[in-house]
Design a protein around this ligand. Structure first.
Ligand code: GRF
Length: 203
């Protein structure tokens, strides 16, 4: 059984997709052990509570990045968390945190990386004029939106598309992709080849 901690800062729709997928056994052998938000009043906190998942707020203000990350690590360790999913967690993690949980942190990003890392990825894609964009689940390393890629899903950009509609269609794919990706990583049936996560036979 893999114990999962989810870090959020806001709405929490990816967090809910993971909670639902675990409860419906679409992600076998996983338990969501804790949800941590760095933002008090984040919408996702109420959703986690409603779903019966333990949650807590660790406000980052007034501390260094590493102090805050060490506080998160303490809470994650208390719950014996094996894997950490960033789900709209809007803060950079310290090198200390990334190294401490190396190979155990996943992130989801709303573009086909390495295109459009950073904020407002959907707007960046529209402004660039690409015909296809999508989302990426990747392991977290010390560079922003950068680690080995677990999975990607493609979304066509429709003629006249608004940022809002593109964001909504990407989000639907995010929810599917994150659940499938966590399922693979939690199964342990993968290997990392360079920058790519490759499922093993039977995964
Ligand atoms: C998603 O688009 C995710 O890819 C990005 O932040 C957004 C979070 O949305 N990292 P939600 O909080 O999961 O609804």
């Amino acid at each position: 059984m893999k114990r999962v901690g989810i870090l959020i800062s806001g709405r929490g729709s990816n967090m809910m997709a993971l909670i639902k997928a675990v409860s419906e056994k679409r992600i076998p052998n996983c338990k969501i052990a804790i949800v941590i938000s760095n933002v008090r009043g984040a919408k996702g906190l109420a959703l986690a509570k409603k779903a019966g998942i333990e949650s807590l707020v660790l406000d980052h203000r007034g501390q260094t990045r590493e102090e805050h990350d060490r506080a998160m690590a303490r809470e994650l360790r208390k719950r014996r968390v094996d894997l950490i999913c960033l789900a709209g967690y809007m803060r950079l993690l310290s090198s200390w945190f990334v190294r401490t949980f190396d190979g155990r942190i996943l992130n989801i990003h709303p573009s086909l990386l390495p295109s459009f890392p950073g904020l407002d990825a959907q707007r960046q894609a529209l402004e660039y004029g690409v015909k296809y964009t999508g989302c990426t689940v990747h392991f977290v390393d010390e560079k922003l939106d950068h680690g080995p890629i677990v999975g990607q899903a493609m979304v066509p950009v429709l003629p006249g598309e608004s940022e809002e509609s593109l964001t909504t269609r990407i989000l639907d794919e995010e929810h599917r992709l994150y659940s499938a990706s966590l399922s693979l990583i939690a199964s342990g049936k993968y290997r990392i080849e360079g920058r790519s996560v490759v499922p093993l036979d039977g995964a």
